[in-house]
Design a protein around this ligand. Sequence first.
Ligand SMILES: [Zn+2]
Length: 310
Amino acid sequence: MVRRYFLEKTNKAHGGAGWDLGQWLWSPTGWPWDKMMEKPKVGDYIIHSVSHKGSQHFYGYSIVEDSFIIESEEPPLKNPWSGKDEYYKIPVKGFSVVPYLKIQDFLNSNKANLEKLVPQKSFYNEKDNKFSTSQGKYLSEMSYELFCLVCSQIGITMRDFVKIESLKSDYQTEIITKDLNGTTRRVSTTQQRIIRDTSIVKKLKKQHMYKCQICGKQITLPSGSFYCEGHHLQPLGSSHQGPDIKENIILVCPNHHLEFDYGVMGYDPVKEQITHIDPYNEFHQKKMSYLRDDIDESFFKYHMKNIYNK
Ligand SMILES: [Zn+2]
């Protein structure tokens, strides 16, 4: 496999829930740069950068989880790119933040190094012996040499990427996609959730007989084994940076997982009751099917404050 390296230029808001920075790369289709969105493949390395007060700085890194899908639903956050017909979405995983470094400062202090590289169409331009950040390019490919140069300046190594290669992903359970030939299909990623569980989640599920903490139900698979999902109350990726510890994980069935993910349902640890945006929902203001004393209240509070009803 030939690995490719890309730099994403975006902003922290990125697109809103389900389109978060560090979880997805996304762009409307039909734009001059859109063929670039068809390049990233599983295992490619991504460097993320965001703009702040008019200048772009390096922000984090991740690995491509799967090649692009095309979705017709628009991102929830209104921005110049919302309201389009179709979007490329590329799931990434293992997002981690890097120290602050402005791209322009990187270009200035590495002029000699950049001059040694083969001229390339990437995230910068060279004109009159000056390097500057290229404008309006969402995704830029980097040569291996350029990628290594960037990594050395933001204090990360190949080992950091290797570490996140085995991490589980957390992308939606079902996505409507379009093939290149235009056929719409539904893709279930449930299988990936099963395979990529961390050992912490596996252990928790076993301990609690795979029962949803909200409804108490347990799904039996044709093989006779049980199935439920672990939800991180403070999400792992994106701007949330939640920890992968049992204190931050609630066990839920796929329906209630989705409701927690989308902030439809939450749990108020002070009132000790479930809360649902639909007051007529059967679980609204009810107790959980069972509580676990190893969940840290602060993560329920985090979910209530930042995700529930947002
Ligand atoms: Zn449930």
